[in-house]
Each structure stands twice: as C-alpha cells, then as structure tokens.
Design a protein around this ligand. Structure first.
Ligand SMILES: Nc1nc2c(c(=O)[nH]1)N[C@H]1C(S)=C(S)[C@@H](COP(=O)(O)OP(=O)(O)OC[C@H]3O[C@@H](n4cnc5c(=O)[nH]c(N)nc54)[C@H](O)[C@@H]3O)O[C@H]1N2
Ligand SMILES: Nc1nc2c(c(=O)[nH]1)N[C@H]1C(S)=C(S)[C@@H](COP(=O)(O)OP(=O)(O)OC[C@H]3O[C@@H](n4cnc5c(=O)[nH]c(N)nc54)[C@H](O)[C@@H]3O)O[C@H]1N2
Ligand SMILES: [Mo]
Length: 793
C-alpha cells in the first residue's frame, strides 16, 4: 500500500530519510481511528462512550483523564485522541467488581492475576474491607470505613507515621482538602506520582528561573521558529501534541526530535481530525531532524550545542571585528537578567568535544547541526518528558536545557520557552494547591494565616523515602488518593514488603489494581466517581477544576450516571476521613466543617482563593469558557530565585555514564543500560491491551528492544528469550533483581541501550537508585546484564 507524503519533499534537510520501520504508516491516521473504535466496543458500552467523548476537553464538558497537554485555543467540536478514547472507554466500562466479585475471588487468587486482568474486572462499586483474618475483602459501610481509618491514624505514635500518597488525577478541590487534612493531622508526608515523574523539572527550573512550571502557552507554539522535543513520545503519551507539532511543521517551523528510540509518532503523523489527510492518505513529517543519543546523553548533547554557539560567536568576532554579534548569544539579555554566566562559559569551554561525543553517543556534526538550527532560530521552545527526568543527573540536565534557552534569551518572549510536558492530567494542579512533601515556606505561612491549627513545618517523605520508612517500620498507615503505588514504584519486591509492614493500607480508586492486593495487616478499598461521572452533593451537581501543562486552570464536569449508587466523590471521601479522624481529637482543626466543604465545592475554591496567590475570584473566573491562566513569573522575566536573577548552572557532565564504562563490559555481557517506558496500549500501570502498534509489537508485553548489532554480538537471534538482571553497583545492597523470559526484538536504538515496558521491569530498579537532588527513581538508566531465558507463562 502506498501512502502519499505531501510534505516530505518540502524538507530536504531531513537528516534521516525514511528507514525501514516497524510500523510503515504515519502515526495517527486510520490506524488510530480503528484502534479507538475497537477500544470503545471492548468497553461494552460503546454508545455511552461516544456520547461521553464528544464532551471531552469542551467548555462545560470534562477534562480528558488522559494527559496534561493543553487545549487548542481554536479546537473545534472534537478535541480528543485515540488514547483519550481508551482512557474514557476504560472508565465507562459496563463491567463491575462488586461485593459478589470479591466473595468469589480470594486475595490469594487475585494476587496471582496480571495487572491487566485485575483492572479488567471493571469498576469498583462499594467500600471493601480486608480484616487480616479472612482471605476475602468484605463489604463495609462508609461510616465504618472512616472509623477504621480514624482509629488507626489516631493510634499512631506520631502523625509522621502516616503517608498520604496522591496520583495526579485528583482535582484541585480534593487535593487541596487532602493536603489540608494531612497537615491538620500533623504531617507533611505527601509522597506523590510527581516524585517519580517531573520532579527534576520542578527542582531544576526552580533553581534556574525561580518557578517550577513551564513558561509557554499554546500561543507560543504558533509563533516558535524551532521546537526541540527531548526524551518524549507524544505519538503515544500526548497525541494531541502531535496536532500542535503538525501545525508548526506545516507553517515551516523546524521540529527536532531528540530520542533514544526512533519513535513513529515523531516522524510522520496523519491527523485523524483532518479530513483531507485522512481521505487522501497523506501525512505530515513531524520532525525534520531526528537524533538518537545514548541513554542519559542529552546533557552532553546540550553542552555540545552550547559549545558550538561559543565557537560560532568567536568565529564571527574574528571575521567580523566590531560588527554586531548579538545574533549568536544574547549577551544583553544575559547581562540584564542572569547570574553565573562566566562560570558556565568556562565549564563549557573546558569540556572537550571528545567527552561530549562519547557521552552523547552522537557525532560532532549531528550536534553542530542542531546547534545551527538553534542558533538561526529567533524563537525556540524546548519540550521534554521522562527521557530527561528519570536519570541520575536529571536535575543537571534540566538546568542545562535552561542554560541553553537563556543563552539566546528564549525565556519570556513570545514563541519561546521551556515546556516540561506533564504526565497525569492534573499533576501540576495538585502541586499548585499544596501536595508537596517539601512545601515552600510561603505556602505554609499562607495556610497558617488562614487556619487556627498548627501547620507542621518539618519536611515530609517523598515516594522512595516513604517506601524506606515503611520498610523500617517508621510509617504504618498508607492512604492512596488514586494511583497504583504497589506497581508504579521501583524495586517491586522491596515495595511490596514495605506495604505489608503497614497496619492499614487504604486506596481511593476507580478500578481494581495491584495496590489493593498487596495489603497491610488490614486494608480498605474506597471506590470513587471518575471524571466522566455526575458528582451530586448536598448543594447540587458539582464541577471540579484542573490545571494543564500550560498553567491553564479550567473546570471539568462529568455527564454520565455514576457506575454504582454507592460511589462517593473523592472530595466527599477525603472529607469523611478528615471528619472522623479529627473529631476524635481535641485539635482546633476539628472545628473546620469538612463535610460542609464537600457539600459545596465552591466553598473549597473559596478557601483556595483565600490562601493561594493567582486564584483570586476563583469561582467567578472558572466560569470563563476555557478557564484562566496562572501567571508564570519567569515568563514575565521576573526571577524568583535567591538573587532575583536567572541562574546559569555550571555543573560538570557526569563523569562517566554506564555506556562509557568501556566496551569490554558489553562483550562480557555486563554493560547494558535499560530504559523502561510505555507502550501504546497502556496508561501507566493500567494495561489496555497487549499491542504497541507504532513499534510493531502485538500480543505481548515481555519484550526487549535491542540494537541488531548487539543482538548478534551477544550470540542471540530476534525472538530469543532472555532473563534481565540488574548489575549491582559497588555501594549497593547486593540483592538479586531479575525479570525472566523477555523476547528479544530488533529496534533502532543505539548500541548498549535497551528498552522494555513499565511496570513489568520495575522489579529491576534498585530502591536507592535515584536522581541527585530530587529523588526520582532512575527508571531510564538501569545497569543490566542478559542471560538466556525461557518464555514465562
Ligand atoms: N496513553 C498514555 N498517555 C500518557 C501516559 C501513558 O502511560 N499512556 N502516561 C502519562 C504520564 S504520567 C507521563 S509522565 C507521560 C509520559 O510521557 P513520555 O515521557 O513520553 O513517556 P515514556 O514512555 O516514559 O517515554 C519516554 C520517551 O523518552 C525516550 N527516552 C528514554 N530515555 C531517553 C534519554 O536518555 N534521552 C532521550 N533523548 N530520550 C530518551 C524514550 O525512547 C521514549 O520515547 O505521559 C502521560 N500520558
Ligand atoms: N519503571 C517505570 N516506572 C514508572 C515510570 C516509568 O516511566 N518507568 N513512570 C512513573 C510516572 S511518570 C508516574 S506519573 C507514575 C504513575 O503512578 P500512579 O499515578 O500511582 O499510577 P497509575 O498507573 O496512573 O494509577 C492507576 C490507578 O489509578 C486509579 N484511578 C484511575 N482514575 C482514577 C480517578 O479518577 N480517581 C481515583 N481516585 N483513582 C483513579 C485506578 O484505580 C488505576 O488502577 O509511575 C511511575 N513509574
Ligand atoms: Mo508521570
């Protein structure tokens, strides 16, 4: 079948002409439509699914529970994508995991089920209690469930023995109430999914430009001359972003992909919402330039680009004495706004090209080509995701991204800026409203001013620290507001042991998952409404609010009847827990009327507007059609750092990444670096199906992507099975970490690098292997070795 590529001719600079790829079609297109339809039909409530979808990301509708990409300012009647369809179909399923289901299946049995099978059981329906004596969850009333939690929390020796985990789907309203309750109870222990996700972005941006958030809006994408996409697979994880990139490519902007793998979605895209592209089978080349650095090699690549800029500036100085050389490096901007540039210049100049080439795994010419594109662009945007943030030196890499942006004054001007593309649909909003184990003093001060109970000041535990605390018996009650802690976290065996040490584990969830069957001595499942459902409280139907990656805050309202009459909203559940727990104590927080707040979410928004800057008149402004924008200080060139200036970071490159530690290791089979990533058929730990269409995989998830030359060198053939074992580092605990029977698949990936799916490979990530300065597990760089294996059933 031949596909016409209407603009492929327009981009003669395409550095990689079409090579054979596992999926010959453009991303999106008919493949996406076909798959969407299949998922709706499998949800067994296709009609409801379609009706629901038309309300996705529309004013008055619900915010798609898929990703955190912003809304197109000019989006038409339909603004969702194939993977948004899957997320919605997953929620509107007609299957139910009700009390009968739990009577039929013991915990021991459920533990033997796959993650896929657990979530396939359908929507949770009523509160369920595991009492530690019978091997079945049993129904329990809401009131009794709240009492059980209150009893365990109030029996703790210290409030810091409680952990309040959040996954980024929670609304601003419930997240605000949850942090307020945790702090009224007396702790800042708010581990969250962000600790495993974009933490390095928050920390790095904060240190460099004084805000942890991205500085661009959707309008900037319309004006950028160059867009660099680092360590991100939008074709799968942010499909609506492809439409934005497609528009940019069509109007002639340079789109550059920097990715360890050749990802289909970053190469060609056919927009399912463009009738013309669909009808004539054409597609748009998304990135005209595509480089594949070694895992963790991005910082070296960026440093190479910076080095190139310095060299170009010097060359122009020499050939063009006295002429204006502002074009290469924006020295006026730097003089006016930045600190520490001289130190940065010195460290860049002192870094030899040989080091940059070895660490990035790229040729000098490739790096210079990117440097040239960046140099010639007046307005550049850098976007990035997990390929940048899940390494040991992630904070330094994020800061290097910012260094380069600052060199050309690319922050705080139209069409330019930093864009960390967030994961969960409201993970950014959760942080904004106070889910933070290391809360800034301003937040604590503001809370203290508003409430008459003592706000705890000591730092709390992040995700990895929480696991360690449970292992050490220092934390005994775990409450999860959404998410799947047992599966999403590193070092699965250790994490499961940690959870089993708890007196009580509690999960507020929509669907059954691993975390419900890896219990403490006692456990509760509290089933909640999903985004697509009508939320009725005493004052009537409620709306909730969320914040996307571009800091737009907007409302969301479900329109489906709840999956079961006994479901409660997350907000009502948190209020119920707070009321039961604090009433039993004599703390002043007991006087706060938790249940009234949950009766009318406007009251919670009123609290938020009293406490958090930027939320003035929250209830009024949220009525605007597409919500409102939270001002970004850095975008206004207002730097909220210690010196009130943007700060260049001058860290040296990591001494040696794993792949630099000599080729002999690989010959001896100990020199591979593994990244763990998402397939096209999953949402984090939720597995929708066994296919990964764009990477040519069907029917299986235990696969290992490998360079063809490495396959040969290891004496393997594609299709062979291998066991993957973590190589212990000199200072590590020497535990055996292994997964078995992974099928070897050829892929365009640099030598020495491997890729396999999350969460199947989470057992390989050592608990103490975390990013410096932010604690994110190093999910994208695990030292492993391979040995022959057999297929596991
Ligand atoms: N459908 C769907 N949508 C999702 C999610 C989902 O699971 N499914 N998850 C949501 C969440 S929580 C998040 S955080 C985002 C995740 O969005 P992504 O960050 O796109 O997710 P990953 O699958 O982890 O992909 C990482 C990408 O980085 C590349 N990469 C890995 N290591 C490196 C490196 O060292 N350098 C470079 N340059 N590239 C590298 C990988 O090849 C891969 O393309 O998506 C969100 N949206
Ligand atoms: N190896 C490896 N591990 C990783 C990553 C990686 O790239 N590699 N990525 C990390 C990243 S970026 C992230 S963000 C984390 C994700 O970690 P989590 O956010 O903890 O995990 P999810 O899989 O998104 O959670 C899925 C569960 O959320 C519940 N749920 C779904 N919708 C709702 C809702 O509306 N309300 C409530 N209350 N519950 C709901 C369902 O019960 C579902 O089973 O995983 C991290 N883990
Ligand atoms: Mo994430």
């Amino acid at each position: 079948m031949s596909h016409r590529h209407d603009d492929s001719q327009r981009n003669p600079s395409n550095s990689h002409p079409e090579e054979p790829v596992p999926y010959p079609h453009p991303a999106g297109g008919w493949g996406a439509l076909k798959s969407s339809a299949k998922h709706l039909i499998q949800s067994e409530d296709a009609a409801k699914g379609v009706k629901t979808l038309l309300k996705a990301n529309q004013p008055g509708g619900f915010d798609c529970p898929g990703c955190a990409w912003g809304e197109e300012p000019t989006a038409g009647k339909i603004d969702f994508c194939e993977n948004g369809v899957k997320a919605v179909a997953w929620e509107v399923t007609s299957k139910r995991a009700d009390a009968d289901f739990f009577a039929r299946h013991s915990l021991a049995e459920l533990r033997s089920w796959s993650d896929y099978a657990l979530e396939k059981s359908g929507r949770l329906c009523e509160p369920m209690f595991y009492d530690g004596e019978h091997d079945h969850y049993q129904p329990v009333s809401w009131g009794r469930a709240f009492q059980l939690i209150a009893g365990e929390l109030n029996a703790l020796a210290s409030p810091d023995e409680a952990l309040f985990y959040t996954s980024g789907r929670a609304s601003n309203e419930v997240a605000y109430l949850y942090q307020l309750f945790g702090r009224a109870f007396g702790t800042n222990n708010f581990p969250d999914c962000s600790n495993m996700c974009h933490e390095a972005s928050g920390v790095g941006l904060g240190l460099s430009i004084g805000t942890g958030k991205g500085t661009v809006t959707m309008h900037d994408f319309e004006q950028a001359e160059a867009i660099f996409v680092f360590g991100q697979n939008p074709g799968t994880n942010h499909p609506r972003m492809l439409a934005t990139l497609r528009k940019a490519a069509k109007r002639g902007a340079q789109v550059v992909a920097i990715n360890n793998l050749k990802e289909r979605g970053l190469q060609r895209f056919s927009d399912p919402q463009s009738p013309k592209e669909m009808l004539i089978g054409s597609s748009t080349a998304i990135s005209q330039h595509y480089v594949t650095p070694r895992l963790g090699g991005d910082m070296a690549l960026l440093r190479g680009m910076a080095k190139f800029l310095f060299e170009q500036e010097q060359e122009q100085d020499q050939t063009d004495k006295g002429a204006d050389t502002q074009g290469v490096i924006d020295r006026d901007f730097i003089a006016q706004h930045c600190d520490n540039f001289d130190a940065y210049e010195a460290v860049v100049k002192a870094t030899p090209w040989a080091k940059i080439i070895a660490q990035s795994g790229l040729e000098q010419q490739e790096i210079e080509k990117l440097g040239r594109i960046y140099m010639s662009s007046e307005r550049s945007i850098f976007t990035w995701a997990m390929g940048i943030t899940q390494h040991r030196h992630s904070v330094a890499t994020v800061r290097e991204l910012v260094n380069l942006l600052l060199m050309k004054g690319n922050i705080g001007k139209p069409g330019a800026g930093a864009c960390p593309v967030r994961g969960h649909s409201n993970v950014q909003g959760n942080r904004t409203v106070g889910i933070n184990e290391r809360p800034p003093a301003e937040l604590l001060d503001a809370l203290q001013q508003r409430y008459d109970f003592a706000i705890p000041r000591q730092q709390g535990l992040n995700t990895v620290e929480s696991i360690q605390a449970m292992l050490d018996h220092k934390a005994r009650v775990f409450i999860g507001l959404g998410g799947n802690f047992a599966a999403a976290t590193p070092d699965t065996a250790q994490t499961h042991r940690a959870l089993s040490h708890c007196a009580l584990t509690v999960h507020i969830s929509t669907k059954l998952n691993r975390s419900h069957v890896i219990t403490g001595q006692k456990a509760l499942i509290l089933p909640c409404l999903g985004r697509t459902e009508i939320d009725r409280q005493a004052s009537g139907e409620q709306i909730i609010t969320v914040e996307d990656s571009m800091s737009m805050v907007h409302s969301s309202q479900g329109s489906n009847e709840p999956a079961a009459p006994s479901l409660r909203s997350e907000t009502a559940i948190v209020a119920g827990i707070a009321q039961a727990t604090l009433r039993a104590t004599r703390q002043p927080a007991a006087h706060l009327s938790w249940l009234s707040l949950a009766d009318d979410y406007q009251l919670i928004r009123e609290e938020i507007s009293q406490v958090l800057p930027g939320f003035e008149d929250f209830n009024e402004r949220i009525r605007q059609k597409r919500g409102f924008h939270l001002t970004n200080s850095a975008a206004l060139r207002e730097w909220r750092t210690a010196t009130q200036r943007a700060v260049f970071s001058d860290s040296a490159l990591p001494e040696a990444l794993m792949h630099e530690q000599d080729q002999q290791h690989r010959a001896a089979n100990t020199g591979f670096t593994l990244q763990t990533l998402r397939s096209h058929d999953q949402y984090n730990t939720t597995i929708y199906g066994m296919n990964d269409r764009y990477r040519g995989i069907s029917g299986e998830r235990n696969v290992l992507f490998m360079n063809p030359d490495d396959i040969k060198q290891q004496g393997l053939t594609p299709g062979d099975r291998v066991d993957i074992t973590t190589v212990n580092q000199p200072d590590s605990d020497n535990r055996l970490r292994q997964v078995k029977g992974f099928k070897v698949v050829e892929f365009q990936i640099p030598r020495g690098c491997l890729a396999a799916y999350y969460p199947e490979t989470n057992p390989l990530v050592p608990l103490d292997s975390v990013a410096e300065g932010c604690g994110t597990p190093t999910y994208k760089s695990i030292a492993v070795q391979l040995t022959p294996g057999i297929r596991q059933e």
